[in-house]
Design a protein around this ligand. Structure first.
Ligand code: BTN
Length: 244
């Protein structure tokens, strides 16, 4: 991971560049990193605030030989790798909110966006976007993010060297990815669950079309959230926003 890096000063979105590179069959593990994104994207068509020099904005190309239905597992794997990198670098203990939010003290410090290219029902490549708030000060966040976003600097009170953090993230993704290819999702799932906040709790899941309330039972082997409503009916949630 990260042996082949495209480093850019300013881009629209590293996802967009990584999508183009994926078509050009660059080696697996190729990463696009930018100092700034003009139109960074989040999940569900949201904008991702990506100001210059303060965060880590990068997209990673992986090509696992797995069926499409297993793609969410890579998001969870990446979340574990990022959480461990933050722990190693800062001693802070982040939590994961399904599927991809990494929180510290209840505020979002990192988001992960996994997109893919498919060939029939197989994965051609996955583009894993990681957006991490590293050295922003409180006042650097726009109004609408003030109460929901944080950075490692705000939480730790120290400037964090982004290059070191990136090295930790690469090393951790690589380690977990090889574990995943060798032993499957189970060891990753255990690690993920040990960092997850929503499991066992009463939550509200807002999907694009509906809202379901219930107890989060856990994730399936495919990385799909299982929610039990008040009637005991179990819902499989593939994509949603979770409120605790
Ligand atoms: C989310 O929580 O909604 C996911 C945010 C993902 C942001 C990253 S930053 C690098 C990559 N490029 C983008 O435009 N988005 C992802």
């Amino acid at each position: 991971i990260g042996k082949n890096i495209f480093y850019e000063e300013s881009v629209e979105s590293t996802q967009k560049i990584a999508h183009q590179l994926a078509y050009e069959n660059v080696p697996e593990g190729t990463v696009v990193i930018a100092e700034e994104q003009i139109s960074g994207r989040g999940r569900m068509d949201r904008k991702w605030h990506s100001p210059k020099y303060t965060g880590i904005w990068m997209s990673l190309i992986l090509r696992p030989q797995i069926p499409l239905t297993k793609a969410p597992q890579l998001t969870l794997l990446t979340a574990v790798a990022v959480v461990q990198a933050i722990e190693e670098m800062t001693g802070l203990i982040p939590e994961i909110k399904w599927p991809n939010d990494i929180l510290i003290n209840g505020k979002k410090v990192t988001g992960i966006l996994t997109e893919l290219h498919a060939e029939a029902d197989r994965i051609h490549s996955t583009i894993i976007g990681i957006g991490m708030n590293v050295n922003q000060k409180q006042e650097d966040f726009p109004n609408e993010l003030q109460t929901i976003a944080t950075s490692l600097f705000i939480e730790k009170g120290e400037v964090i060297t982004r290059a070191n953090l990136i090295k930790h993230i690469f090393a951790n993704i690589e380690k977990l990815y090889f574990l995943y290819l060798d032993e499957g999702f189970f060891p990753i799932k255990l690690l993920w669950e040990s960092y997850a906040i929503s499991i066992g709790k009463q939550i509200r899941a807002r999907t694009l079309t509906t809202t379901i309330e219930g107890k989060a039972l856990g994730i399936t082997d495919e990385g799909v959230l299982q929610l039990e409503d008040q009637h005991g009916k179990i819902h499989s949630i593939y994509s949603a926003d979770i409120e605790l």
